[in-house]
Design a protein around this ligand. Structure first.
Ligand code: NAD
Length: 367
């Protein structure tokens, strides 16, 4: 079953057990292993396999190379009322970012607005997960994240060579009794790098406009990101995404103190995320009931636009992930064979055996 060339279909519970065990065997305390494993499986459930359990082999390599430091709590560096400055100390991003966000939410109850900065977190994964913490507390959040510690992958608009990474941004607004939360969570590259990795593993092409080759020509072949001569990812939305990526470098790279992708900063072939974000209590701004009615009315107006494609749907930010989660909770999470082989090999590197993984999971081959 585990040598299958095809995808395997795994239950979320089974996959959580596997992820918890791998992270714990790599040195994390149980609570931390649970935070990291739950986050990764939740990314798979949301349809973002690029930020799911497929990251575990990279995390294990980084732990072993000293680029990711297990059991590191977020450090509160400077407290200036509504401004909170944190350092992640190369700890698991899922842990330090969720701790920083929890503190910013608590503070926001008093201040109505919190500016939080977090520097030197290891990969924080799916950014929406932190916005979901704020949404659960009835708060809006705006998060900008830069990505350093390895060479850039994204070419600025009009360039042949990469100068940015996929610098994501996430804007989330709580929903109402009838409208689910609105969650825009996107890389500023046309496709996230992890999606190119998954496409490479699955030997699939990427959509037009995703990539350029080493000569600056448009390409759809993800191999150009993994085999010399290397190409680059394209910014999302042409010069607009390129401009956003630059501004995110300036906010998340410079204003957090974490550093930008410029080559004078160290690149140790790890992954560092720096976060510049706001948490806002909407009730400090407008009447709660009016806010709810206005959200419902706007969402219904947008959703009722006639689809351009007769069989298409008009979706809102956050909707594809919700639909995917419901589907995968019921049907299971597909993991491609190449990613699964890498996960098994990572598990073996931390002392688990194939048999252990089999026992933790109940899998079925995809027909
Ligand atoms: P994506 O392109 O799949 O989706 C981007 C946004 O568009 C989402 O909010 C989604 O709900 C919305 N969307 C998707 N299809 C839609 C449709 N048909 N109609 C309306 N809205 C739609 O996401 P992405 O840019 O590939 O990013 C994937 C994940 O990667 C995100 O969770 C992001 O946080 C994460 N990421 C993390 C890092 C990092 O360093 N930690 C870097 C880059 C990306």
């Amino acid at each position: 079953m585990f040598n299958s060339k095809r995808s395997i279909l795994v239950s979320d519970d089974g996959l959580r057990r596997v992820a918890h065990s791998i992270v714990a065997m790599a040195g994390s305390e149980v609570a931390e292993a649970k935070i990291v494993g739950d986050h990764l499986v939740d990314a798979n459930l949301s349809g973002h396999d690029s930020h799911g359990v497929g990251m575990l082999p990279t995390y294990i390599d980084h732990v072993r190379a000293g680029l990711l430091k297990p059991n590191t709590a977020v450090k509160f560096i400077s407290d200036q009322a509504a401004i909170m400055v944190f350092d992640g100390g190369r700890g698991y991003g899922q842990r330090v970012a969720s701790e920083a966000m929890a503190a910013a939410i608590r503070r926001c109850r008093d201040t109505g607005l919190t500016l939080l900065t977090l520097r030197h977190a290891h990969h924080i994964g799916r950014v929406a997960s932190y916005a979901e913490q704020a949404v659960a507390a009835g708060m809006l959040s705006i998060l900008f994240v830069n990505v350093t510690d390895h060479p850039p992958w994204v070419a600025p608009f009009g360039a042949k060579q990469p100068r940015f990474n996929t610098n994501p941004l996430c804007i989330a607004m709580p929903g109402t009794d009838t409208t689910p939360p609105l969650l825009l969570d996107m890389a500023t590259s046309q496709v996230a790098w992890g999606k190119a990795r998954v496409a490479f593993n699955e030997k699939k092409k990427l959509p037009q406009g995703s990539l350029i080759d080493a000569n600056g020509r448009a390409s759809t072949d993800p191999r150009i990101l993994f085999e010399e001569p290397l190409g680059a990812l394209c910014p999302s939305g042409g010069y607009k995404g390129s401009g956003l990526a630059l501004m995110i470098e300036l906010m998340a790279g410079v204003l957090t103190g974490g550093g930008t992708i410029q080559p004078g900063n160290p690149r140790m072939n790890g992954i560092i995320n720096n976060v510049f974000g706001f948490v806002i209590d909407p009730q400090r701004l407008v009447d709660e009931r009016w806010l709810g009615r206005e959200i419902d009315a706007l969402v219904s107006y947008v959703k009722n636009a006639t689809p351009a494609d007769r069989h298409g749907l008009v979706l809102l930010a956050g909707e594809p992930e919700r639909v995917c989660r419901a589907q995968r909770l019921e049907q299971g999470i597909p993991i491609d064979a190449a990613s699964w082989r890498e996960i098994v090999s990572a598990a073996e590197r931390v002392g688990l055996r194939r048999g252990d993984l089999k026992r933790m999971m109940e899998t079925e081959s995809v027909p």
